[in-house]
Design a protein around this ligand. Sequence first.
Ligand code: HEC
Length: 144
Amino acid sequence: MRMGTRRLAPVWVGVAIGILMVAAPIARAGDRQDDAAGGAGVMDELFDEGSVVFGTHCVACHDSAGGDGQAPALSGHPSMGAKDHIVRQVLRGNLEKGMPAFASQLSDRQVAAVATYIRNAWENGYGVVLEADAKRIRAEVKAE
Ligand code: HEC
């Protein structure tokens, strides 16, 4: 009997390892779904898209390190934590001070992406700005 039990043990270990191997990828797939609903995956996508928007529309004044003297450095800029304020500035600009308005050039998605990018590039770490945020703030700006 004892011999038999001992001989069975490797089978149970094998089954346990098998269950873990099947369960782990399922758990990871679940994480990915959570990401798609608004977690790290969305943040990464918006950041990547935002770096392209920044390279096209912003880098001429705010150089790749976030500023070159013509425009304030966005790395470490005290406004970066204020999500709504940043989105407003991008949409409305501040023409007297030399910041153009981008409401007519950028979609809600692009505004969210570039805002996500500048809030998280360089030394910054302030989190995502979603397309829904850009849409809401655009409507507020239009109503003013
Ligand atoms: C033509 C030059 C120019 C371009 C292009 C430009 N900016 Fe600016 N930006 C400025 C200047 C100048 C200021 C400072 C305005 C001020 O003092 O309020 C500024 C300020 C800002 C601020 C800080 C606003 C605040 O009140 O704290 C943010 C954020 C910003 N820009 C983001 C962007 C983004 C994102 C883009 C591209 C979509 C962009 N800028 C393109 C010149 C520019």
